[in-house]
Design a protein around this ligand. Structure first.
Ligand SMILES: Nc1nc2c(ncn2[C@@H]2O[C@H](COP(=O)(O)OP(=O)(O)OP(=O)(O)O)[C@@H](O)[C@H]2O)c(=O)[nH]1
Length: 665
């Protein structure tokens, strides 16, 4: 039997209850997704940032390398021109004495040692014969004149030299060292520059400098060392002059290496570099930076067959990732930490939600269980009604909306007792958390219902009260029946006054009270209608009954509220008069006797009355016997009179018999 309104409606648990697992899963998925997205974003941005910074570095390093390269070649050009026009050389050519030769050799040896860029410095005549040659040994940093001078007339550079104008220098870069006009192994990169020696307009020969290209290349290598990215040099044909793979170098000069060509290995990149002077290209994750370098300005480039080379630096995707590994490791650790945090938080959240939901289910179960039993009302901590079940509505006729927000005492019958009852309930709940008792409720149809109410404070594993729950049972009928039974067991069915049983109980109680509290003295009067047998005999039993009823009514109307009037036999009655002296009782009984005689009845009746007052330590039976004795005397003296026995006075007179007095006709 559910509640008409769910009293737990506003609680979070109720909203969450059916969606516990979906909500938990959604939260976990959301947190994981956000964290995962954040992780991937951070990881990607680290790689991107690193790539960007690599691009900037590579570009600037290539620009710087170009500058170094251009400056170096410029310096070499200037040097060869100066040497070709030096006074000592001209003096030697005009006057080739040993002394003049010595001066030239001396000068050139110093230059070779100072520069370190030259392997050979030569003076070659126009027929290709060496006239002076300085050999520089870079390992011991010594330059010495050569003993053997070689005929270079068949060398290809000599054949090219004839095409060089007087004011020009010629440069043969990236040639391989040869012996007897054959490339010799191990391959050693060479460069040659030459300048014609002209005296008085007549070409006398050439100053030829063999360049140590490795030394020059090491200049720009140093620029990229910090990035640990090797610099590659590519000829305009696409062949590698310098490569990270030494076996791929010199394809333009060594036929078996002809296949190693950037054009073939990286066609996409080659297309880009063919169209741009410089740039950055990313291919399959690998990063390429390139820059074309013009080798000379006033120089005839004799070999390779173009005047520009491509500087290329590249870094593989694996190297980029390796460089970002440390940062990625940091965010990995952060992500693991965040994951653990999310997991623990989710676990705690799950526990809290489970706890709340268990509480909710317990509450639900409790309420459902209670609802199955009886009419139930749920109250908040302030004692205001927040819900009732259908059974309650059916039993009382009140709708949930009528009483929600009010205290249950609004149902109680108004009056002083309501405030007292409310106070009693509150006190019991505060002290024991429980109250039960009978309450009289005023129903919507203005009828009064007796309800058995049980109220409990619900604490739900907490030390604080969360709710109060009250159950009600309608005991109106039962109360009525009980009252009927009570009156049946205590009332005389004919006259409606107390019966013998009630009389005995009351007399015993009063005797006990008076025994304990002597001031609570009382009197007992026994009344017996005179000649009642004749009434029955003459007028019939029904008339006799009516006479008995009329008599009882008369006496009841004349007694005080606290007096107990009972029918103790057929036509015998008794009056117990609490806190009454024998004099007062006698006076009352005399008045009753007179009233009886004045009762307008047919037939007329009279009554004889015997009175006795309670005296300390007297039992109820003894008191009764004394009153009965007085009654007997009243009868014996002629009836319609009052006789009393003052036991107290008799006691005072010690062992003398108790005085008896007669009041009456
Ligand atoms: N109508 C009626 N008569 C009753 C009832 N109870 C007892 N009586 C009658 O009351 C009469 C009592 O008669 P007795 O005991 O002889 O007493 P009495 O006739 O009153 O004479 P005294 O008491 O000596 O004056 C009897 O006839 C009973 O039948 C009753 O409930 N109704």
């Amino acid at each position: 039997m559910p509640f008409t309104k769910d009293p737990l409606q506003p609680t979070l648990q109720r909203i969450l209850a059916p969606y516990f697992w979906p909500i938990l899963i959604v939260i976990l998925v959301l947190l994981s997704s956000v964290s995962g997205y954040n992780y991937l974003y951070q990881r990607a941005s680290i790689t991107e940032q690193h790539k960007h910074s690599l691009e900037e570095s590579m570009t600037s390093k290539l620009a710087f390398t170009e500058q170094v390269l251009v400056n170096s070649f410029q310096h070499i050009e200037d040097s060869v021109r100066l040497l070709a026009k030096s006074d000592k050389l001209i003096e030697y050519i005009e006057n080739p004495t040993l002394e003049n030769k010595f001066y030239v050799e001396k000068q050139w040896a110093l230059l070779a040692q100072a520069s370190g860029n030259y392997r050979h410095l030569k003076l070659v005549d126009i027929d290709g014969y060496e006239k002076i040659r300085i050999d520089y040994d870079s390992e011991i940093n010594q330059a010495q004149p050569a003993n053997e001078l070689i005929n270079k007339s068949q060398h290809n550079f000599m054949m090219l030299a004839n095409n060089v104008n007087e004011d020009e220098t010629a440069l043969i870069v990236f040639d391989l060292e040869k012996q007897n006009n054959q490339i010799r192994a191990p391959y050693r990169l060479m460069g040659r520059t030459l300048s014609p020696v002209v005296i008085s307009g007549e070409r006398k020969g050439y100053v030829v400098l063999n360049l140590k290209m490795d030394t020059i290349a090491s200049l720009f290598d140093a620029q990229l060392n910090t990035l640990k990215i090797p610099l590659e040099v590519v000829a305009e044909s696409g062949h590698f002059i310098r490569s990270k793979e030494p076996s791929h170098q010199y394809g333009h000069m060594i036929s078996e290496r002809n296949k190693y060509n950037l054009n073939q290995s990286h066609p996409t990149l080659w297309r880009t570099v063919s169209q741009h002077q410089l740039g950055i290209e990313e291919i399959d994750g690998d990063l390429f930076a390139f820059r074309w370098v013009q080798l000379g300005t006033d120089t005839r480039i004799l070999s390779p067959d173009s005047d520009q080379i491509l500087l290329l630096s590249r870094i593989s995707e694996a190297d980029i990732l390796a460089a970002t590994q440390a940062q990625i490791l940091t965010i990995n650790q952060a992500w693991i930490g965040r994951g653990i945090f999310i997991f623990i938080t989710s676990l705690m959240l799950a526990f809290v939600m489970r706890y709340l939901l268990t509480q909710y289910k317990v509450q639900k179960l409790m309420l459902t269980a209670m609802c199955q039993m009886s009419s139930v009302m749920l109250m908040d901590t302030k004692g205001k009604v927040i819900g009732v079940n259908h059974a309650f509505e059916g039993m009382t006729g009140y709708n949930v909306d009528d009483i929600c927000g009010y205290k249950p005492s609004m149902l109680f019958v108004e009056g002083l007792s309501r405030a007292k009852l409310e106070e009693a309930i509150n006190n019991a709940l505060t002290e024991n958390g429980f109250w039960h008792g009978e309450v009289s409720c005023k129903l919507p149809d203005q009828s009064i219902s007796s309800l058995w109410m049980e109220v409990s404070a619900i604490r739900l594993r907490s030390k604080y009260t969360k709710y109060y729950v009250a159950s009600f049972v309608d005991i109106t009928e039962r109360t009525k029946r009980e009252q009927e039974l009570v009156s049946l067991s205590t009332q005389d069915p004919l006259t409606g006054i107390s019966n013998r049983r009630q009389f005995d109980v009351t007399l015993t109680q009063l005797e006990k009270t008076a025994r304990r509290y002597p001031s609570a003295s009382f009197c007992l009067a026994l009344l017996d209608l005179d000649y009642f047998k004749q009434v029955n005999d003459v007028y019939g039993h029904t008339t006799g009954d009516n006479v008995l009823k009329s008599f009882a009514k008369l006496i009841t109307s004349q007694l005080r509220e606290q007096d107990i009037f009972a029918r103790i036999g057929g036509e015998e009655f008794a009056i117990i008069m609490p806190f009454t002296s024998i004099q007062e009782a006698t006076s009352v009984c005399e008045r009753l006797r007179l009233s009886t005689t004045q009762l307008t009845l047919d037939p007329q009746i009279t009554v004889s009355i015997g009175i006795a007052n309670y005296q300390a330590k007297l039992s109820a039976n003894e008191l009764y016997e004394r009153a009965d004795k007085a009654l007997y005397q009243a009868k014996a003296l002629g009836r319609n009179r009052v006789r009393f026995e003052d036991i107290t006075a008799a006691k005072k007179r010690s062992k003398l018999p108790s005085p008896s007095f007669d009041i009456g006709m």
